[in-house]
Design a protein around this ligand. Structure first.
Ligand SMILES: Cc1ncc(COP(=O)(O)O)c(C=O)c1O
Length: 408
């Protein structure tokens, strides 16, 4: 370091792995052409021509904004109509009546996760996440002076490993009185796993055991709107009410994928508080969290989203347009999974979403072998992540055998 402080960070200046592989893919494409190279590094939904999918119905709402919608400040916690709209975006027509729901604007799901960790843990605390996880959880925790503890996500049968969850939570809570648990479901990144009813019951019954601890359970729903049937995939929300008062369910909402508003930084943190005091405390503490990190949010994004959700016709249009893309996405991953099964390629338990992960012992060297065969994918943790979101049917049909050969 020269003048800046290291503050325990050990990756400053290190090359960005994902960016590195992605740059190599682009270079190979420029040498050999698009049809000879598969770039599976991209984490956004692309159409079959490789163009970013942007929902026309969402653009309609953005284009209808006034100059002030872009230029004026928004209140610290977000525009009132936005704070209401995100509740509807999460719960649709099934607004819970047996808990106190509050919300605040955050720049994407990232901001929501940041606020949750900052508000509900202390410096030095550990938070709990699954072994397979979205890497920024580590950075968010570290930048706030917290660390991440992991439990083994899957058992031998490919089910959520509730025993490991209990073991790690028990160990973690021996040293602290509060924690945040992040559950990324449905359509988990990077595996595509969706917690089942049985998983939820298991996890919640473990959490209930810690009666004298304060536990915030953050459900990271970044991929909810690109998982499956909107009502069926929201059924888990019902399990988050009626819990003891020491457990606070929080929802990290993101408009990045579901509304293709990635760059507009539009998200929210919601609480499903068991009583009014805890809901009020949420609002009070979020005012400080927001003020001290990004201050006011993106008013244009908030207005565009609120206008969609408050306009029945437009909201229906968004849902219909999204559903068509969801079908495309599910079709792509089905092709991959069928092909993988046919040739005996083992994947992490997959349900839906942008990504599929193939576990392997040495992901870095496997990744390099893939590159020799003009397939570029991200090595993470103990696996290779394939992006169904950004590859075509034809590419996804080819990828399993390339992977299988590299693994040999
Ligand atoms: C698992 C997961 N959570 C949260 C996010 C947050 O995204 P954003 O901040 O763009 O809303 C992402 C984005 O890739 C993600 O993959």
């Amino acid at each position: 370091m020269i003048i800046a402080q290291k503050n325990g960070r050990n990756t400053i200046g290190a090359p960005d792995k994902l960016f590195g592989v992605s740059a190599k893919a682009k270079e190979r494409i420029s040498q050999l052409g698009k049809d000879k190279v598969i770039d599976s590094t991209i984490g956004v939904l692309l159409d079959d021509d490789g163009q970013l999918v942007v929902l026309d119905s969402v653009m309609k709402s953005i284009r209808a904004l006034n100059p002030e919608d872009y230029a004026a400040y928004a209140p610290i916690l977000g525009l009132p109509q936005y704070r209401e709209a995100v509740k509807k975006a999460v719960f649709l027509d099934d607004m819970p009546t047996d808990c106190f729901v509050e919300s605040c604007y955050t720049p994407g799901g990232t901001g929501a996760l940041r606020n949750a960790v900052s508000a509900y843990t202390k410096p030095g605390d550990q938070i709990l996440v699954s072994s397979w996880h979205w890497n920024p959880y580590n950075l968010i925790a570290a930048e706030l002076g917290r660390t991440v503890r992991t439990y083994t996500m899957f058992d031998e049968e490919g089910k959520l490993n509730v025993a490991s969850f209990e073991e790690e939570l028990t160990e973690l809570l021996k040293n602290q009185d509060e924690t945040v648990i992040i559950l990324n479901t449905p359509a988990h990144n990077p595996t595509g796993y969706t917690m089942t009813d049985e998983d939820w019951d298991g996890v919640l019954s473990v959490i209930r055991k810690f009666k004298d601890k304060k536990i915030a359970v953050v459900v990271d729903i970044a991929y909810l709107d690109f998982s499956g049937d909107a009502v069926e995939y929201r059924a888990f929300l019902k399990k988050l009410t009626g819990l003891p008062e020491n457990i606070l369910p929080l929802i990290a909402f993101s408009a990045s994928k579901g509304y293709t508003m990635y760059g507009m930084r539009c998200g929210a943190l919601l609480c499903m508080a068991p009583n009014q005091e805890i809901a009020k405390e949420f609002v009070d503490v979020m005012s400080v969290e927001c003020r001290a990190s990004w201050s006011n949010g993106n008013r244009a994004a908030m207005t565009a989203l609120a206008n969609i959700i408050n306009n029945e016709e437009l909201f229906a249009e968004v849902k219909a347009e999204r559903e068509a893309y969801l079908n495309t996405l599910n079709h792509r991953s089905r092709i991959f999974m069928e092909e993988a099964e046919k040739i005996g390629l083992k994947t992490c338990p997959f349900d839906s979403g942008f990504f599929i992960t193939v576990p392997c012992e040495d992901p870095d060297s496997t990744g390099e072998k893939l590159q020799e065969n003009n397939l570029f994918a991200v090595a993470l943790g103990k696996g290779i992540r394939i992006s169904a979101a950004s590859n075509t049917d034809e590419q996804l049909r080819k990828i399993p055998s390339i992977l299988k050969a590299a693994l040999k």
